[in-house]
Design a protein. Structure first.
Length: 313
């Protein structure tokens, strides 16, 4: 399973033949710049999920995918935690209908959360569970930290997993816990587990697209990388190289050049165009001078740096 958030990344993940794409509310941190996942809303999640669905649909229709991945979307904080499970059910229905997802994911393994999952499953919507580190609940837990490192808490995690399985979930994410705990949970369940920072004894693994490919890596410094994330590429280095080369080419007059200016006029049309310009050349010069005078008087040259040194990239 790979966590992806948009049309281009979902195309890449689909073509790679991944079994599941998770559209996580971590998009708030990875792509939108929030400090936590908590600001994400139903509207925002549906927006990103629908984009991922369109990417997968494109790959499917183009015949370039070996398999069609299952699509799972995170229901955001505040959309399913109410005692009135009808609220969660209404939001789950809306999520599935508008986002194009095949299933939703809920965080937590309490009795209340299991009851909510049960009601959603019984009403026809598939649910993936999530225990261990719960990003939506960091206000309560005190931050992003591993869980299950005491015997008592580890035993609670086993109970939560069994409770969620009984509620009808089809798979369970295990996040940031000791490998031996994740192994025990996996062996105790009939449904598959998907680990992230939980060792190698789970049924499957998940990483975030941007993290595993080094999207934010830079030749001179690397962005924060979770301890559990193996980086399989340094795409950010290539991105920086490409951007710097583009800037250099524009400033040096190399790009676009004749090679990348493919749209030409026929000779007779070019001649007619030149004649038209000659006929009203004085009027165009007058308008140019008037506009220049206007901008100088309002300091727009300085504000916009329209005529700085070199060309703008």
């Amino acid at each position: 399973m790979v966590t992806a958030y948009d049309y281009p990344s979902s195309i890449h993940v689909s073509r790679a033949g991944m079994d599941i794409i998770l559209v996580g509310d971590s998009v708030g941190m990875v792509e939108l710049g929030y400090d936590t996942t908590q600001p994400m809303t139903m509207d925002a999640m549906i927006h990103h999920c629908a984009s991922v669905h369109r990417g997968v649909d494109f790959v499917t229709r183009s015949g370039t995918a070996n398999k069609i991945p299952l699509l799972v979307g995170d229901m955001p904080l505040g959309s399913y935690e109410y005692r009135d499970t009808d609220v969660a059910l209404r939001n789950a229905y809306r999520f599935i209908k508008e986002s194009g997802m095949d299933a939703v994911k809920l965080e937590g393994g309490s009795a209340r959360r299991a009851n909510t999952a049960h009601e959603i499953v019984e009403s026809g919507v598939a649910v993936m569970g999530h225990i261990g580190l719960l990003p939506q609940a960091i206000s309560v837990s005190g931050g992003f930290r591993a869980v299950g490192r005491t015997a008592t808490r580890a035993r609670q995690l086993v109970d939560e997993a069994l409770r969620l399985q009984d509620a009808g979930i089809f798979a369970l994410v295990l996040e940031c816990m000791p490998a031996n705990v994740a192994k025990e949970i996996t062996e105790s369940l009939e449904i598959p587990t998907i680990g992230i920072g939980a060792g190698g004894h789970t049924s499957g693994q998940v990483l975030v697209f941007h993290d595993m490919l080094g999207m934010l890596s830079h030749p001179h410094h690397d962005a924060f990388m979770p301890k559990f994330c193996k980086q399989y590429a340094s795409v950010g280095h290539n991105i920086q190289d490409g951007l710097q080369t583009f800037k250099h080419d524009v400033e040096g007059g190399v790009f676009p050049g004749e090679e990348f200016a493919p749209y030409l006029m026929k000779d007779d049309e070019k001649k007619l165009f030149d004649e038209m310009l000659q006929n009203d050349s004085e009027e165009r010069i007058r308008r140019h001078d008037a506009a220049a005078d206007k901008y100088v008087q309002t300091d727009e040259y300085e504000k916009l740096d329209l005529y700085g040194k070199g060309k703008s990239s």
